[in-house]
Design a protein around this ligand. Structure first.
Ligand SMILES: NCc1[nH]cc(CCC(=O)O)c1CC(=O)O
Length: 316
């Protein structure tokens, strides 16, 4: 195995949230294995998702944009493990790589951040909400069709600056990211995950590494979280079945209960929020993959073949 005595090279994007996540992984590995910061090197890698800021992600190629360059660094042995927001990970992992751990999930919910209004209900008629997420735009329009949504891209700090400058009256962000940066005080409301279900994988950090890299697998095995892993398997299975179009707003949340049970809530929406299909499934957490896939097939059956027509071509 290469570099078995060198520092463990952690690859990450350079945004404040990504760096906070990489530091959190490093801190957990340090305490799980009695290591020190000198045992690690954090390598910052710029991704196309960080550079293309003027268009919604759904138009420029979706999730892979935040991971492609980092995955290349793994495959070329320039880093040993990559730290990602699971939400930003495509369902297909390149040959030669694997997800070696999901860490315990943070709060899955979305936060509302209003400039004057403190809640969605407080927003005046026709107010403007900035978000880059098709899911958040659709969920908002479902409950407030009068709202005007605009694209808000950039990292969390950039979006909050745009909000302060008056480019929008409110925005929505994952409370998990705000918590990780000690910025949760910006949230003026926290949305119920029943009305406002999160993106598949929201709030969970994942670690990606080379398939068969036993050193990394042993290291990260100690910080992996079994219940989060089950939930993510179900949510990502739901996404994988539905993924044909990354223009489809998709929400999913799996919750682990007592005695290894799982409750699953999945939803697909038209981008304008006028049509919503949702399912609730329950089962054994050991069958997480089947629960997610069954949920996706059920939601597709409810939606019917015409659901995907009339709002743009699916991405290749
Ligand atoms: N690319 C955006 C992104 N990816 C992960 C998070 C939040 C943290 C998480 O879901 O774990 C965010 C920002 C946001 O949605 O507010």
């Amino acid at each position: 195995m290469a570099h078995s005595n060198g520092p463990i090279r952690i690859g990450t994007r350079g945004s404040p949230l990504a760096l906070a996540q990489a530091s959190e992984v490093r801190a957990r590995l340090i305490s799980a294995h009695g290591l020190t910061e000198e045992d690690f090197a954090i390598e910052v890698i710029s991704t196309s998702g960080d550079r293309i800021l003027d268009r919604p992600l759904s138009e420029v190629g979706g999730k892979g944009l935040f991971t492609k360059e980092i995955e290349a660094a793994l495959l070329e042995d320039r880093i040993d493990l990559a730290v990602h927001s699971s939400k930003d990970m495509a369902t297909a992992i390149p040959d030669g790589l694997e997800i070696s751990a999901f860490l315990e999930r943070e709060d899955v919910r979305d936060a509302f951040i209003g400039r004057d209004a403190r809640t969605i209900a407080d927003l005046p008629e026709g107010a403007t909400v900035g978000s880059a997420s098709l899911r958040r735009q659709a969920l908002l329009k479902r409950i407030r069709p009068d709202l005007n949504t605009i694209i808000f891209r950039g990292n969390v700090q950039t979006r909050l600056r745009k909000l302060n400058e008056g480019q929008a009256d409110a925005t929505l962000l994952a409370i998990a990211g705000l918590n990780r940066m000690d910025m949760a005080h910006h949230a003026t409301d926290i949305l119920s995950p029943d009305d406002f279900p999160p993106a598949p994988g929201q709030g969970a950090i994942c670690i990606e590494s080379r398939t068969g890299d036993g050193r990394v697998r042993d290291l990260v095995g100690a910080i992996a979280h079994a219940q989060t892993t089950s939930a993510l398997i179900a949510e990502r299975a739901f996404l994988a079945v539905l993924d044909g179009s990354c223009r489809t707003p998709i929400a999913a949340r799996a919750v682990l209960g007592e005695a290894g049970t799982m409750r699953f809530h999945g939803m697909i929406l038209r981008p304008d929020g006028t049509e919503v299909h949702e399912i609730h499934e329950e089962g054994d957490a050991d069958a997480a993959l089947q629960i997610g896939e069954r949920g996706a097939r059920a939601v597709l059956a409810k939606a019917g073949p015409h659901f995907f027509e009339g709002w743009g071509e699916p991405q290749p």
